[in-house]
Ligand binder design. Structure first.
Ligand code: ATP
Length: 235
């Protein structure tokens, strides 16, 4: 069953037509990756789901409900977690404070504490650094914090914008391993990546976006074996 569906989504930045009728879907329990070159429209696609850019034409559905015009906080409350490009953690706040901000919807302190313990299950490093200012964490730890913060709101779908960006290969591997673990425990993931090979290895299905249009959609393994994809994105 489809958890997230984009139907013919168009987004403009002023005169720039950034998404030209993007349609894609993510089923419950899947890992789907959206790959493409710089400026192809990957970030904009995620933003169109979280209402961070206006959708001029087309529709977005989550869990059977239309969310095209829902404000960002409502989309988050419905169960969509967003790990934005560049992490956007609060550098001057501690790890704990960053996580608490992620739990914006939970008023109950015990609930927040329980969520935090769950996040530490995935990222024990964050527990060790709990009172450290987030800006002093390593790049990998900051990425873990960005993911952890998104998990605090108990999402059923996680949108991840280039979690591998700027990280050493070994750290990328650790992050991807945790994404796999999250998925095995029931989380649905839509993963935007320039690191196409690793993303496709992790994913069930993939979409290739070029110039604001979906060029290809297939099983991840089929995309890995696709000559066109190999040449353009896996070289
Ligand atoms: P990247 O990996 O570089 O982030 P991307 O595939 O995520 O690339 P987008 O960031 O979605 O691509 O950009 C899609 C298009 O929209 C590009 O042509 C980009 O220049 C343009 N664009 C993105 N954000 C803005 C903005 N705030 N104002 C104007 N144009 C924008």
């Amino acid at each position: 069953m489809s958890l997230l569906t984009l139907e013919n989504v168009h987004v403009f930045y002023g005169g720039i037509h950034a998404l030209k009728g993007v349609s894609l879907s993510v089923d419950k329990g899947e890992i789907v990756t959206l790959i493409g070159a710089n400026g192809a429209g990957k970030t904009t696609t995620l933003r169109s789901v979280c209402a961070q850019v206006p959708v001029r034409e087309g529709r977005v559905f989550f869990d059977g409900r239309e969310i095209t015009r829902c404000p960002t906080h409502e989309v988050a409350a419905m169960g969509i977690g967003h790990v934005p490009e560049g992490r956007r953690i609060f550098a001057r706040l501690t790890v704990r404070e960053n996580l608490e901000i992620g739990a914006f919807a939970a008023r109950d302190k015990d609930r927040v504490r329980a969520r935090m313990e769950e996040v530490f299950g995935y990222f024990p490093r964050l527990k060790e650094r709990l009172n450290q200012k987030a800006g002093t964490l390593s790049g990998g730890e900051q990425q873990m914090l960005a993911i952890g913060r998104a998990l605090m709101s108990e999402p059923s779908l996680l949108l991840l914008d280039e979690p591998s960006m700027g990280l050493a290969p070994i750290v990328v591997e650790q992050i991807f391993e945790i994404l796999g673990e999250l998925n095995r425990r029931g989380m649905t993931l839509l993963l935007v990546e320039q690191n196409a090979f690793q993303a496709l290895q992790l994913a069930d299905r993939g979409y290739v976006i070029q110039n604001g249009e979906i060029l290809l959609a297939d099983a991840a393994q089929a995309l890995i074996n696709n000559e066109e994809v190999k040449e353009a994105y896996l070289a």
